[in-house]
Write a protein that binds this ligand. Sequence first.
Ligand SMILES: C[C@](O)(CO)[C@H](O)COP(=O)(O)OP(=O)(O)OC[C@H]1O[C@@H](n2ccc(N)nc2=O)[C@H](O)[C@@H]1O
Ligand SMILES: Nc1ncnc2c1ncn2[C@@H]1O[C@H](COP(=O)(O)OP(=O)(O)OP(=O)(O)O)[C@@H](O)[C@H]1O
Length: 299
Amino acid sequence: MSGAALAARFLFFNFQFLILGLTMLTFPNAKINLGLNITEKRPDGYHNLETIFYPIPIEDALEINPLHDGDGKYCLHQAGIEIAGEAENNLVVKAYKLLDELFDLPPVDIHLFKRIPSGAGLGGGSADAAFMLKLLNEKFNLGLSLDKLEEHAARLGADCAFFIRNAPTYAEGIGNIFSPVSLSLKGYQLWLVKPDIFVSTRDAFSQIKPRRPQRSLKETIQLPVKEWREYMMNDFEESVFPQFPAIGEIKEEMYRQGAVYASMSGSGSSVYGLFAADAVLPDIDFGKKAFSYKGRLNV
Ligand SMILES: C[C@](O)(CO)[C@H](O)COP(=O)(O)OP(=O)(O)OC[C@H]1O[C@@H](n2ccc(N)nc2=O)[C@H](O)[C@@H]1O
Ligand SMILES: Nc1ncnc2c1ncn2[C@@H]1O[C@H](COP(=O)(O)OP(=O)(O)OP(=O)(O)O)[C@@H](O)[C@H]1O
């Protein structure tokens, strides 16, 4: 069965339950990084950075139902893109366990349909974890505030807390200290390509020589989008592109096709281009196993 057909069946199944009020369904979305400056290495081995997280409409689907069979506390069913590893290492399960320790939650049956590619710099796992926290908070009336949810999310991954509010955000620290940014790219077309290359975030950080940019990203982001190309960098590109030239070539292709701005997202391997609302985006083959998305930004 094709991915689209599977997704349709999955969603139809859930829609029936949604109407009956028996289930809760949510759509964790990915993010891109607009600019990414790695500013210093910390004594704990992590890096301080500054970036702007921007939500994009590439989505997983995540639902929870009451679990009646067996005596476990959770059961995870997965469909769509495969994720390596055991269920207990899945971030949605980690999110459930985190709140279960605090609230002794009822057992849940979890369905996760993955569309967001992993190892892409799109924060797909972090999004699932954050949306799971929000879903459990709502379904079981836990009364957690957004600040508290962010605090819990930060324990699950560096950029997980962003997905609680899920709005354009300037992030500093290890990617966990937030301030809102006044920025809307609504109407721009987004073309995102993730080649069949897995970049380890840990390895990517280990190859970086941290430095402070001449001007803060907070200022750069206020420039017109067509000027970003000259002033806004993703520091990971300098080490990732020489190691994986195919990733850098995708960025060049985006500019050849008329992107107003193009960049790698996070530590890669996905690359996105922002295009004018009326631009015509061609079909380009980036390899059989490449993931490609074309759509419009809606925030
Ligand atoms: C690069 C970004 O995608 C930018 O959005 C994120 O900062 C990465 O966030 P993430 O994938 O959630 O990262 P984590 O899973 O928490 O960390 C993976 C590894 O990256 C390194 N790491 C991560 C974040 C950070 N600020 N400094 C680091 O040095 C650490 O070695 C860590 O063990
Ligand atoms: N629900 C989940 N979805 C995706 N990956 C998960 C999930 N739970 C655990 N993982 C693990 O997390 C790893 C990172 O996945 P993720 O989708 O967050 O990609 P990423 O591109 O590294 O994101 P980031 O932007 O945070 O760097 C995967 O290799 C996978 O083993």
